[in-house]
Design a binder for this molecule. Structure first.
Ligand SMILES: Cc1cc2nc3c(=O)[nH]c(=O)nc-3n(C[C@H](O)[C@H](O)[C@H](O)COP(=O)(O)OP(=O)(O)OC[C@H]3O[C@@H](n4cnc5c(N)ncnc54)[C@H](O)[C@@H]3O)c2cc1C
Length: 378
């Protein structure tokens, strides 16, 4: 019997595995794909994640960005230099995710990849997990199977709010002048945004619908292709992927019996800019802390995890959701008032790099957006 079984070896699952193993706990990390595996994602990560690891992450930072360019309907640009302590990181998800899994294994976790979990049962405080390769038991269970997984549903949790995302991965030469600029495009995609991140060997162009209905895959593909052409990117070596996104909407329960939800399984992703890697990692850290306490006999540890996530991450993501609601309802005005002004772009960039929280800017941003909607004051 393991102390903990973790289902899903994305950033949330591997982080929890690493921290549990580091504390001497026995961990089985189950993953349906063969690692290294690609996960459709822009791969932009806040360098703030370094604080949660005692090993250096820079070997898997593919590129660093210190300039952000925002556009409205492919025009009306505004550029801002990042004046953050560390530039914004770009990672290749196959490499980055595999690195975290390797660290978890080095710390003592047992990895079974190519092992799809097909059923889960909890009785008498034991979690039994059935995979394509056998059945395993543990005292605690972490569901980290992401936005495409079924664990939250099987365990009886309320489902997270799901939207649609897509990526166009392009392999091409990147001009030195383009290497350090991340681009965000508003106004082309209804109820969502497009973003283009430069990598060492090309670009990851992403599209995310983050409000209203889920959206259509074909529309996202068309938008991304148009966006790439507009940016002059050669698409002769490109691959399109679509993937669901579970974004945060409101406070929710993330523990039940001896199970916890982490990362996108729990809907812990930013509903304004679809950032999910940093919150997934933080939730993995907090889940490991809670399970270490629970294994030591603390009966309130798992409930404490729900409280911690809601107060430390969820409360800020609720503010992001409020901003997102207003932003995508009046995107043209919001772009002019909320992005185009130099200080606004700088603030968004500092949020990206994890140096500002939504709590620091929401009141002012909402006031400015609302007052610009009053006739005569816009
Ligand atoms: C188009 C798009 C662009 C994005 N761009 C960014 C970005 O630039 N920056 C950012 O921070 N975030 C971005 N995100 C969000 C980010 O990709 C996710 O939030 C992040 O991957 C969540 O990590 P996770 O560990 O929770 O889940 P995942 O990374 O999805 O990992 C879940 C793992 O569980 C495995 N799994 C699923 N079912 C089973 C099963 N039954 N048995 C065993 N294993 C299973 C999967 O194979 C997968 O490896 C983007 C998302 C999309 C869709």
């Amino acid at each position: 019997m393991f102390d903990c079984i973790i289902v899903g070896a994305g950033p949330a699952g591997s982080t929890a595995a690493y921290h549990l193993s580091n504390q001497g706990r026995s961990v089985l990390l189950l993953e349906k794909k063969s690692f290294p595996r690609y996960k459709p994602c822009g791969g932009g990560v806040s360098p703030a994640i370094q604080q949660w690891f005692d090993f250096d992450l820079t070997p898997v930072v593919d590129n660093k960005v210190n300039r952000v360019r925002f556009t409205w309907k492919k025009g009306d640009p505004v550029e801002t230099e990042l004046d953050t302590t560390e530039p914004f990181w770009m990672v290749q998800r196959d490499v980055f995710d595999n690195f975290l899994v390797e660290k978890a294994v080095e710390a003592g976790s047992e990895l079974q990849d190519n092992s799809e979990v097909t059923a889960v049962q909890i009785s008498n405080d034991i979690a039994s997990v059935t995979t394509s390769k056998g059945k395993f038991d543990a005292r605690y269970l972490i569901a980290a199977d992401g936005a495409s997984g079924a664990m939250a549903n099987w365990l009886g949790f309320k489902e997270a709010k799901q939207f649609l995302g897509a990526v166009l991965e392009v392999e091409t030469a990147v001009a030195p002048a383009e290497r350090n600029t991340a681009k965000f495009e508003f106004g082309s995609l209804k109820n969502g945004l497009l973003w283009c991140f430069p990598k060492s060997n090309g670009y990851s162009l992403s599209a995310g619908i983050i409000r209203g209905g889920k959206g259509k895959v074909k529309d996202l593909e068309k938008q991304l292709t148009n966006y790439a052409s507009e940016l002059g990117i050669n698409l002769s070596q490109s691959q399109f992927y679509n993937y669901p996104m579970n974004l945060w909407s409101s406070e929710r329960q993330l523990h039940q019996n001896n199970a916890l939800l982490v990362g996108e399984t729990a809907g812990i992703a930013d509903p304004l800019i679809a950032e999910g890697i940093r919150p997934a990692i933080l939730s993995g850290v907090k889940a490991a802390e809670a399970i270490v306490k629970a294994l030591a006999g603390d009966r309130n540890a798992l409930a404490g995890y729900t409280d911690t996530i809601n107060s430390e991450i969820g409360s800020d993501l609720v503010l992001a959701q409020r901003l997102s609601g207003l932003f995508f309802q009046f995107p043209g005005i919001a772009y002019r008032v909320g992005v185009k002004r130099p200080y606004a772009g700088k603030m968004m960039s500092r949020i990206l790099c994890g140096e500002l929280r939504y709590a620091d800017i929401t009141d002012m941003a909402m006031q400015r957006l609302k007052s610009s909607l009053i006739p005569g004051r816009g």
